[in-house]
Structures are given as C-alpha cells and as structure tokens.
Design a protein around this ligand. Structure first.
Ligand SMILES: Cc1cc2nc3c(=O)[nH]c(=O)nc-3n(C[C@H](O)[C@H](O)[C@H](O)COP(=O)(O)OP(=O)(O)OC[C@H]3O[C@@H](n4cnc5c(N)ncnc54)[C@H](O)[C@@H]3O)c2cc1C
Length: 147
C-alpha cells in the first residue's frame, strides 16, 4: 500500500489528487489524505474577491469539483491543521492524531501577512484570502451603504 499525505486544501492539492487518481493503476493500493485548515472543500480562490465579494456567493458556490473526495481511499480532513512533521518517522501530527505516510506533499500556499502596527489599532482593516474574509468585508460594505 502507498499512503500519500497532502498538507493544504487549495487548488494545488485538488489538482494533485485529480492527477494521482488519473495516473494510478486500476488495482493500485493507494490512500490519499488531504489536510486543510479550512472548513470548506477546495474552491476557486480567485472567486473569493469576485463571486463572493461582489456577488455574495458562498464557498459552496465556488467549490472545485468535489467528486474526487468520494473516491474510496481518499479522505479530506477539513478544519485540520498539521502542526508537526517527522520526516524520518514518516509521520505527521494533526490535532491529537498521528498519521503515517509514505509520501508527503506540502501544498500549503500562502496567507496574508497580518499587520501588527500600532496605528492600525481600532481601524476597520480587512484581509481578503478566504470566503470568511470576503463575506465579512461584503457585510461591512453593505452595512455602510445602508447607514
Ligand atoms: C483574493 C485572491 C484572488 C486571487 N485571484 C487570482 C486570479 O484571478 N488569478 C490567478 O492566477 N491567481 C489568483 N490568486 C492567487 C491564487 O489564488 C493562488 O496562487 C492559489 O490559490 C494558490 O493555490 P495553492 O493551492 O498553492 O495555495 P492556497 O490556495 O493558498 O491553499 C493552501 C491551503 O493550505 C492550507 N494550509 C496551510 N497550512 C496548513 C497546515 N499547516 N495544515 C493544514 N492546511 C494548511 C490552507 O488552509 C489552504 O487551504 C488570487 C488569490 C487571492 C487571495
């Protein structure tokens, strides 16, 4: 059996799972575990500042095809941060659980650099990276137009 672990639940992770499933032999004994801090299955991130912010879509509306996560042997661990990797022991830690892997992929992308400066205190500053960010900003802007 080959156990593949992927850290990250963005388009890179999604594309990799799709490719692995396409390339695998019919009888291959393969498991794929995808760990993502996000609460949503992989989605089209460019839609975060378009479909969600401008049109009020939801994370489900902008999801990438989720059928691959129904494939036997493929597990999507939502809301699960990987906090440690032991490359020698071939283990990773997510929450209180230790997972064994044969191959590990980092598809962790990037996050916004959070500004920690005094002049920001009390100001209404938003970051735009996730559906939650965009929804919060949209609600704030709609609130302003209603005021
Ligand atoms: C608002 C916005 C609009 C964009 N628009 C465009 C565009 O129009 N055209 C374009 O080409 N590009 C665009 N980009 C850039 C593009 O979206 C990124 O290049 C792309 O999302 C990168 O995909 P990724 O899978 O590598 O990483 P990401 O999308 O960053 O995904 C990484 C994932 O890893 C997870 N993760 C990180 N660390 C851990 C951990 N320790 N444990 C578990 N999970 C973890 C994160 O939660 C996240 O789900 C945009 C980006 C943003 C933010």
């Amino acid at each position: 059996m080959t156990r593949i672990a992927i850290i990250g639940g963005g388009v890179a992770a999604h594309t990799l799972v799709k490719s692995l499933l396409t390339a695998r032999q019919e009888d291959a004994d393969l498991t794929i575990d995808v760990f993502t801090t996000e609460e949503h299955p992989p989605y089209r991130r460019p839609e975060v500042n378009k479909g969600i912010l401008l049109d009020g879509k939801s994370a489900a509306d902008i999801a990438l095809p989720g059928g691959i996560f129904e494939t036997p042997g493929v597990t999507l661990h939502l809301g699960t941060r990987v906090t440690a990797v032991d490359a020698a022991a071939h283990t990773l830690t997510a929450g209180n659980t230790t997972h064994l892997f044969d191959q590990l992929v980092f598809a962790t992308g990037a996050g916004p650099r959070l500004l920690e400066v005094e002049w920001l205190d009390g100001r209404d500053v938003h970051y735009v990276r996730t559906p939650e960010h965009s929804t919060a900003l949209r609600d704030r802007l709609l609130g302003l137009t209603a005021e």
